[in-house]
Design a protein around this ligand. Sequence first.
Ligand SMILES: Nc1ncnc2c1ncn2[C@@H]1O[C@H](COP(=O)(O)OP(=O)(O)OP(=O)(O)O)[C@@H](O)[C@H]1O
Length: 238
Amino acid sequence: MIHVEGVSHYFQVGKRGKERKVPVLHDINFSVAKQEILAIVGRSGSGKSTLLNLMSGYTKPTSGSIEVMNKKISEMNEGNAAQFRLEHYGFIFQSFQLIAGMTAFENVELPLTLKKMNTQARRKQVQEMLERFGIAEFGSHYPGELSGGQQQRVAVARALILQPPIILADEPTGSLDNENEKQLLTIIQQLNHEWGTTFVIITHDEEVASIAHRTITLNDGRIIANVPAHREIGGLQS
Ligand SMILES: Nc1ncnc2c1ncn2[C@@H]1O[C@H](COP(=O)(O)OP(=O)(O)OP(=O)(O)O)[C@@H](O)[C@H]1O
């Protein structure tokens, strides 16, 4: 599904004439299987978000290649990478990233509207998604009228409504309390099982890593561990 091969990356920082290179990732190699839940852990500054940006095609690696579903995203131009993201990825962030001026229903509906799906089919699909996520009664609420846990469920419903094959998540439970975190992890496991969605999740949180099929640990831009959990991909997890 995803193959990261020999990826190194540095950022150029400083004023013109005084630029210097900041190496961030060094010779990163790993693959993600279809329907796998991969957790990426590591200290602050170890390169996790940079790696996710490279996998999503927002950043081009200094060297090495990243292939996603048989396409080299690391070599795509901006337009092709944007199109690729629309068709293959859903994104979940710690900060939800909901549109404040739209209701919960409209936020979840947005990807379907952009896809020009007809109104009736759209409404039905959004309603089903809100029900599945236990937030149907809040459809008419604006994000500012929802709790953090409810907002994150809206954000996850929006990320998943087009059933993308891959979800990239950056600290998805970072703003949630224990109860909301558990609910979100249950939803992730269900969709992973039911729809075969592949998840790559950056996390500081051991609870999140506990639902993963494999955990990669980064330290100073290097993979220092790549450890499978003894849990079958595609199987229902306890
Ligand atoms: N655009 C940039 N320009 C220069 N340096 C950057 C840039 N983005 C990230 N860095 C540097 O790259 C290193 C890795 O950052 P990154 O955000 O990938 O780490 P992280 O593991 O996700 O950290 P955190 O857990 O705190 O989010 C850091 O030293 C950071 O300062």
